[in-house]
Design a protein around this ligand. Structure first.
Ligand code: HEM
Length: 450
């Protein structure tokens, strides 16, 4: 059911049909929002206004919408949305959830930890962590394992080591479980009746509180160790932790701010990478030619390559990860609230409008991607048009960990395929769009030494 939403006060690019959903639609929206939005975009066009009860938003799937909200008009769009409101319950005000002065100051403090030369640490750490995981695989009795859990623990290992100089070891499974527990709780709340406080469901609230306590516990231990060790020695490289603790000493950030930033990095820095890699293994599971190309490249690659250099020496691995990020972008939805244009700017979306963009949808529209549902890493051999591929966002809020993630993922794909073959099991794979896009219940696969 739709009629035109053509108010003349709207800029041309934002005029489109108004979609009024039925009850069946609402259920689909709750259960599989990423697929539902894709269907709506394929049916109603790449711009539409959606309204049902409290859920009202405009959805823009064209590159020009992406560019407008995230780049050209970015200062007029805030993160004051339900998505970031829920996330704030866990991360507090931090780099991912805040706007304006607080965001700018936090980015200034942390940016040096993501500079290009720091990527050498990412490549070293990823190689070591991957080798440990593969040695454990080689000693397994059972060939079947859950690739999703393996990727979670591996990416957690790397992020903890690189950003905090912390070896996660045996705690990894608990921290991964706690992260998933916390995020799952937020999603459940965001999809239940609005306004119900979480303490009204006491059992779930207790599980959530316990998961949060596990994450806060590990953060407290990292900080405690850093404070008693007295900081880095003169020639050791600066970790993100060093930068945060130094900024705290200079009173540029409060102790609570330090906790919030560490929580943000733990959550944003491993769930996402693990999701991308898990989907890549799923896609490769039925693509033997791509596995062969990946393996040839891995066999020929020099292990001495480090940092960003990796991305030019492992181009096939990079293309595989880019294509996995196209088909299954971990951050499948990006929301903003229009704060209204100032007098100096053209009239854009009315103040208070909730705007939704979705890499999952834009990256699967035929207009920009021929055979959009087909896995084909070779698409990325040519440059892609602006705004048609944005799994890391765009503009000043572009993911701070983009290069970190790409280097890490390319090494993992290459090092794993050099030693092991991963095959799908007969279990069906269902998609779960939580805070990130994951295979529901994990991804069982069988592994065999090459
Ligand atoms: C494949 C992996 C990753 C994906 C797909 C991803 C995706 C994204 C996206 C889409 C945004 C922008 C959100 C928005 O504009 O609303 C973002 C921001 C962010 N990401 Fe990532 N990310 C990944 C890896 C990482 C890693 C490895 C880290 C840290 C080590 C990280 C930390 C952050 C932070 C802190 C922000 C907020 C940046 C700011 O607003 O200044 N991400 N990420």
């Amino acid at each position: 059911m739709s009629k035109q939403f053509n108010s003349l006060s709207l800029p041309e690019a934002w005029r489109g049909p108004a979609v009024k959903p039925s009850l069946v639609d609402l259920k689909q929206f709750r259960d599989h929002p990423h697929r539902f939005l894709l269907e709506l975009a394929r049916e109603h066009g790449d711009i539409f206004w959606y309204g049902a009860g409290p859920i009202r938003f405009v959805f823009g799937a064209r590159p020009e919408h992406v560019h407008h909200v995230l780049v050209e008009g970015q200062q007029h769009y805030s993160k004051r949305t339900f998505q970031y409101g829920f996330l704030k319950e866990v991360t507090g005000d931090g780099l991912l959830t805040s706007d304006g002065t607080l965001w700018r100051e936090r980015r200034r403090i942390q940016q040096p930890a993501f500079r290009k030369k720091r990527l050498d640490l990412v490549s070293d750490s990823t190689r070591r962590a991957t080798a440990r995981m593969l040695d454990a695989w080689a000693n397994r009795d059972q060939p079947e394992l859950d690739v999703a859990s393996e990727m979670f623990e591996l990416s957690l290992d790397v992020v903890m080591d690189v950003l905090f100089g912390y070896t996660i070891g045996d705690e990894a499974a608990d921290v991964v479980g706690a992260t998933l527990g916390v995020l799952h709780h937020l999603i459940r709340r965001s999809r239940s009746i609005p306004g119900i406080p979480s303490w009204l469901t006491p059992r779930r609230h207790a599980e959530y509180a316990q998961s949060l306590a596990v994450l806060d516990g590990v953060i407290a231990r990292i900080l405690q160790r850093r404070r008693t060790s007295g900081g880095r020695a003169g020639d050791e490289p600066e970790t993100l932790l060093d930068l945060l603790v130094e900024a705290e000493g200079e009173q540029r950030i409060t102790p609570e701010g330090v906790r919030n930033e560490m929580m943000t990095m733990i959550i944003a820095g491993h769930e996402t990478v693990a999701s991308a890699l898990t989907w890549a293994w799923h896609l490769l599971g039925t693509a033997p030619d791509d596995v062969a190309a990946l393996r040839n490249e891995a066999d020929a690659a020099k292990d001495s390559a480090a940092g960003l250099e990796i991305l030019s020496s492992l181009t096939y691995a990079r293309n595989v990860i880019s294509e996995a990020l196209r088909l299954y972008p971990p951050a499948w939805i990006v929301t903003r609230r229009s704060e209204g244009a100032t007098t100096n700017t053209p009239s854009w979306l009315p103040r208070g409008t909730l705007v939704m963009l979705s890499p999952f949808v834009t990256q699967r529209l035929e207009a920009y991607w021929p055979d959009p549902d087909v896995f084909n890493p070779r698409r990325f051999e040519a440059p892609v048009a602006n705004g048609t591929w944005f799994p890391f966002g765009a503009g000043q809020r572009l993911c701070i960990g983009k290069d970190f993630a790409l280097v890490e993922a390319a090494i993992i794909l290459s090092d794993v395929s050099r030693r092991f073959t991963l095959r799908p099991t007969s279990d069906p794979v269902r998609e779960y769009s939580g805070v990130t896009l994951q295979p529901e219940g994990g991804l069982p696969m069988t592994i065999a030494l090459r």
